[in-house]
Ligand binder design. Structure first.
Ligand code: MN
Ligand code: MN
Length: 289
């Protein structure tokens, strides 16, 4: 009797122990699954994007949580928008022959309705008589394959106040040089924006950047990220956003991506292998004199 009941209690105890142990295991398993799921989600969304224009990186990890680092992805380009400045922080786009054609310049500068409704929309007339050009980041002529793609470059979220001597001088020359590479069959990834501030223009106080930068990665057609290696050509320029230097060559403003990263705080090409970034971001382009 004593022994029997002892055995019974013992048996019950081990059943309880067994259940407890398994409950703990199940609990740990559930929590760790949840953790992996949550961290997986935050790693994947929303800074990573399948956009062709963000294949090499998202320099400021733009997403939709910060109004001054707000990700806008369009068919024609992607950008980080700065609500308080009324300009993009950077715009990123792919360029190859397929984007180029005979579509004329639509010239229809207009506010971008894809930013949140409660934000100020910068209007073309904020630039009127400011002394600054409505400076395209993704150039109109880089999107000439059809009228719709061209019109997208005239959205004010693709525009910054740009000194005419910069915009109409060496900046325009660098743009057309880059298109000539695309016409030769290259696949190019470009990131461009402004940094620093020297006052504002217009009723909506659009910030005038002090300097305007551009990073141009010259790759081979169709390979996307896989086409980038240690010998990939990278052209980086850091230009002054003021007048009086129209005759300069763009090559005068060549710099390294490393230097631009220090000045802007961005990590350009951050989806490219770290060991490759190290090499290509330290080079000053010597492609043309
Ligand atoms: Mn321009
Ligand atoms: Mn980098």
């Amino acid at each position: 009797m004593m022994i029997e009941s002892y055995l019974c209690i013992n048996k019950r105890m081990s059943v309880v122990k067994f259940l407890m142990f398994n409950l703990r295991k199940a609990f740990i398993l559930t929590i760790s699954t949840l953790l992996v799921f949550i961290s997986g989600c935050s790693l994947y969304t929303p800074t990573k994007s399948d956009s062709i224009h963000l294949k090499l990186g998202n320099p400021s990890n733009a997403a939709n949580s910060d109004h001054n680092n707000y990700l806008l992805v369009k068919k024609q380009y992607a950008l980080s928008y700065n609500r308080d400045k009324g300009t993009p922080n950077w715009v990123s786009w792919q360029l190859n022959k397929s984007w180029l054609g005979d579509a004329p310049r639509t010239n229809n500068f207009r506010p971008d309705d894809t930013i949140p409704k409660e934000w100020n929309r910068v209007l073309p007339n904020d630039y009127t008589r400011s002394g600054y050009d409505k400076g395209h980041m993704t150039p109109s002529a880089d999107r000439s394959n059809n009228p719709e793609d061209n019109a997208a470059t005239f959205l004010m979220t693709n525009i910054i106040p740009q000194a005419p001597d910069n915009n109409q001088g060496y900046w325009a020359e660098l743009e057309s040089y880059t298109r000539s590479l695309a016409n030769e069959g290259k696949e190019i990834y470009i990131i461009s924006g402004g940094y620093g501030q020297q006052g504002t223009i217009g009723k909506r106080k659009v910030a005038i950047p002090e300097r305007i930068f551009k990073v141009i990665v010259v790759s081979e057609a169709g390979k996307e990220l896989d086409g980038i290696n240690e010998s990939t050509r990278v052209i980086a320029v850091d230009t002054p956003n003021y007048n009086g230097n129209k005759e300069s060559r763009w090559s005068k403003y060549l710099t390294t991506v490393d230097e631009l990263e220090k000045k802007t705080g961005y990590d350009f090409l951050n989806y490219v292998d770290k060991s490759i970034q190290k090499v290509i971001e330290a080079k000053v382009d010597r492609g043309i004199k």
